[in-house]
Design a protein around this ligand. Sequence first.
Ligand SMILES: *Cc1c(COP(=O)(O)O)cnc(C)c1O
Length: 345
Amino acid sequence: MSTAKLTINLDALVTNWRNLDALTNCETAAVVKANGYGLDAGRVGKALAKAGARNFFVAAAEEGGALRRALGPGPGISVFSGHMEGDAKLLKDFQLTPMLNSLDQMLRHFETLPGHPFGVQLDSGMNRLGMEHGEWAAVAEIALGQNPVLLMSHLACADEPSHEMNAQQLKTFREMTDGLEVPRSLAATGGMLLGKDYHFDLCRPGVGLYGGLPFTDAVPVVQLDLPVIQVRDMEPGESAGYGNAWVAQRPSRIATVAAGYADGLHRAMGNGGIHVYAGETPCPVVGRVSMDLITVDVTDLGEVPQMLAILNERQTVDMLADAAGTIGYEILTSSGHRSARTYLG
Ligand SMILES: *Cc1c(COP(=O)(O)O)cnc(C)c1O
């Protein structure tokens, strides 16, 4: 094997969906934008549909079309970016439900696809997508006359349970939607963990399904194994990699491994703190991360295996993210594009 091997455990994904679903009394959908957080929206969608998920969310209509091809007719597919100019044919052909974000989108939708299902995205304070309070007040009556299937909003700070923004957005969302008798949705992964007040009729977890924080009870879904290209012995004082950034302090064995920042291993990870695993044994990554290569101190290993794991049960996407100063979402969506993929389950 000369390329990295990404193993995606669909059974673990389904377990995460079921465990999140068990926290609620409402419908649990699945967010599969960015090609299923990099893991293949079609494969992820099919596994979750088989497990009972009936609603999926994507970012753009094009993603929705690809997902519909994979899932076939039946499951609901909703589009966060709403109804953009030129989307009508995609929305119609692939039975996608746009979450309308503005008066402009609403007018476009009613004009080009009268009678086609839609939801409305409301801005409860994040100032990213959706209609603000005033705009909604002005158009709510017209929108409600056309029977929206969902009123939704999104939390800005749900990964910080004690953040005052959560309660504030909950209050605003309630003020905008109480008494309207349309199904409602506010919570993504973080919101689901804030408790039942945040659940309404439908929850929309993404990252937790894929094994990421803030769902601390998630089981890991991905393993990334990297092939060892070469092993060398070094004397104390010799240096490895660009910029002589790492210098051997003892007689050392260094393995050169085939993955780098072009595979999503951020260059900042080279500043220390990450390992690759030979089975259960951690080996420190040393020196700078190159485009296609990293160097690993395997001095304390008896025998160097052909592959070393950089993502596994011991070192999760969130641990790699910490080392790179980013979040698990970014590691998931940027890792393993060049890898050979295996799907388990
Ligand atoms: C990405 C996204 C989600 C899923 O969020 P996670 O934090 O990954 O669970 C839900 N709703 C909206 C509007 C999103 O953009």
